[in-house]
Design a protein around this ligand. Structure first.
Ligand SMILES: Nc1ncnc2c1ncn2[C@@H]1O[C@H](COP(=O)(O)OP(=O)(O)OP(=O)(O)O)[C@@H](O)[C@H]1O
Ligand SMILES: O=c1[nH]c(=O)c2[nH+]cn([C@@H]3O[C@H](COP(=O)(O)O)[C@@H](O)[C@H]3O)c2[nH]1
Ligand SMILES: NC(=O)CC[C@H](N)C(=O)O
Ligand SMILES: [Mg+2]
Length: 548
């Protein structure tokens, strides 16, 4: 089967903190979008033969266009005849490269909320540029003067963050909107070149999504065809073409990413796939059983479950340093996979591919942001991806182009149980990095009970889905208590619950005092080793989500 080319909007990344949000907003409108480094040329993009490029967006960024070495845009993109939307730096760059001029304007800096007033002629300009079609002035934007003159210009609240301004337009451009302090807030050329000085991709621009939709559907003529069904069909076909008749191994963790990757591969090649779940002894209560039950009995996908508790706990004995724990676990995973892959290979023929749940944010991080590579290492996230070379696996990464919310949608569509789809992420090293200090089976058992109580109560209160992650941490601190009139000297458990979008930053969740009380009560009553409970009220930064 020949794969159709998919309609796409290419976002060029000039380094804005919110570049990837642009891509997400576009995808939320069911149009496919990729974020690429600013230096990407039109020729390179046209060489991606799976894409039918419908338009470009140039993101914002920290540079000033007149700075030496400031990033630019391949002129061929601006002259391609396809629509281009420049946002903030992107608009300034487009204006400058097409012959206009940009100046630092100390008097017209705008950071935060602003209101743009559309000065375009309602009938003619709306029909020519189409970017403001269908937008309505909100009643609170209507002034007394408007009512007196019975003329209500379109005003929109937006979010700005710039110190430079376009002060001279390139030929053929027209100003479509201004703000009180900035005469050039939106510019446009009849050929579909548009510039926004504000950021439509952030939620602080309330009608931002409508503006992006207008760009996609009215200016670029896109179809809303990037849907879960379509993604599944395409991905399945791609996997078939890549894998052929070879066998694939998928390491299954119990998390949503590896589960969805496995489902897609299974849909593509059926029994050529073998899944492998490794019980490290550091899993949550019932985790292993649930993985086995769902995959073998419910989804009918071949699964090998490896009980490696003894060897992992043996290697971890006496290890207290968090980084060391991660290393030990990472290495042990590799050893287990090596051994098991050899066994599988001799039983049913060689395994050529390894399926992984790599997501789009991982891909973006490793290609477009230099800062990601120079950033300071806080902790080594263990990943089974670092498999030894002598295994010579080729990789199948069916989620490479997807964000987590898209992965979840696909999981639902493929029949992964809801409870699994919405499960909080769980780190590969598992409870080993939530038992602070030295790890023993006894401590892990205490933590397993505590973790289950925390999660059960959070689910019962109906707040599980609102939280990014929630769990218990077993600390080595012991404290004195009194129970049944007797003295106790027991363990201190910390409860951690955070809200977060991307896990790069997080806030501690404002759980209700009633819920916290129930959790604390059950912890001390049901887990007799615990006699004191604290709630972690630090955000990330300065803390991290996990304690180790
Ligand atoms: N216990 C395990 N057994 C087998 N593979 C594992 C195990 N733990 C982790 N892995 C592998 O390591 C990969 C990375 O783990 P990671 O936690 O980042 O992703 P995930 O578990 O798939 O999803 P989530 O982020 O929702 O937890 C997994 O996709 C899986 O392939
Ligand atoms: O697969 C993983 N291997 C690891 O070693 C690891 N350490 C942290 N995490 C998860 O990453 C997210 C951010 O965690 P931190 O704020 O603690 O760095 C949170 O979701 C953490 O659970 C890990 N995941
Ligand atoms: N957010 C941005 O894109 C800022 C662009 C440019 N650095 C300015 O200050 O105007
Ligand atoms: Mg996981």
């Amino acid at each position: 089967m020949q794969l159709e080319r998919r309609q796409a909007i290419i976002v060029l990344d000039y380094g804005s903190q919110v570049s990837r949000l642009i891509t997400r907003r576009i995808r939320e409108c069911h149009v496919y979008s990729e974020l690429v480094p600013a230096s990407t040329t039109l020729a390179e993009l046209q060489a991606k033969d799976h894409l039918d490029i419908k338009g470009f967006i140039l993101s914002g960024g920290p540079s000033s266009v007149y700075d030496e070495g400031a990033p630019s845009c391949d002129p061929a993109i601006l002259h391609s005849g396809l629509p281009v939307l420049g946002i903030c730096y992107g608009m300034q760059l487009m204006a400058q490269q097409l012959g206009g001029h940009v100046e630092p304007k100390h008097g017209t800096r705008e950071y935060g909320p602003a209101t743009i007033e559309i000065v375009a002629d309602a009938e003619q300009d709306y029909a020519t540029y189409r970017i403001f079609e269908g937008l309505k002035p909100s009643p609170e934007q209507t002034t007394h003067l408007d009512r007196l003159t019975q003329h209500t210009p379109l005003r929109l609240p937006v979010w700005m963050s710039h110190g430079d301004s376009v002060d001279q337009l390139p030929e053929g451009f027209k100003v479509l909107a201004t703000t009180e302090s900035n005469p050039v807030a939106v510019i446009a050329h009849p050929k579909g070149l548009i510039g926004f000085q504000f950021h439509p991709e952030v939620t602080h621009t309330p009608q931002g999504k409508e503006l992006i939709k207008n760009f996609l559907f009215r200016v670029c003529d896109c179809e809303a065809s990037w849907t879960p069904e379509k993604v599944i069909d395409e991905t399945v076909e791609r996997i078939r073409q890549q894998v052929g008749k070879e066998r694939v191994l998928c390491a299954l963790s119990g998390g949503v990413d590896s589960a969805v990757a496995a489902l897609l591969v299974h849909k593509a090649i059926g029994d050529q796939l073998t899944c492998m779940f490794v019980d490290t002894g550091c899993m949550r209560e019932g985790e292993g059983e649930q993985v086995v039950e769902t995959f073998r009995n419910h989804l009918h996908i071949p699964l090998v479950a490896i009980d490696a508790e003894e060897r992992f706990l043996g290697k971890l004995a006496g290890v207290t340093d968090p980084e060391r724990k991660r290393k030990v676990i990472g290495e042990e995973f590799i050893r287990v996979f090596e051994e098991e892959a050899v066994k599988l290979a001799t039983e049913q023929g060689k395994i050529g591919f390894l399926a992984q749940g790599t997501l789009y944010p991982d891909v973006i991080e490793s290609t477009s942001h230099d800062t990601a590579n120079t950033a300071k290492r806080i902790k080594t996230h263990h990943n089974v991806g670092g498999l030894p070379e002598e295994m010579v696996f080729k990789l199948v990464e069916p989620l490479r182009m997807l964000f987590k919310d898209e992965v979840r949608e696909i999981g639902l569509e493929l029949g992964l149980p809801e409870e699994w789809v919405w499960r909080h992420p769980f780190p590969g090293p598992g409870l080993a990095i939530r038992v602070i200090g030295d790890i023993t089976k006894e401590k892990l058992d205490i933590l397993r009970k505590a973790d289950k109580i925390v999660i059960d109560e959070i689910r019962r209160a109906g707040v599980y889905r609102e939280l990014g992650q929630a769990f218990a941490v077993l600390t080595p601190i012991q404290s004195v208590g009194v129970m049944g009139d007797g003295r106790t000297y027991g363990n201190l458990v910390a409860v951690r619950a955070v809200t977060t979008g991307d896990f790069m930053t997080a806030d501690w969740a404002r759980l209700s005092p009633e819920l916290l009380a129930r959790i604390s009560n059950r912890l001390v009553n049901e887990v007799h080793e615990i006699n004191r409970v604290v709630y972690d009220i630090t955000s990330k930064p300065p803390a991290t989500i996990e304690w180790e």
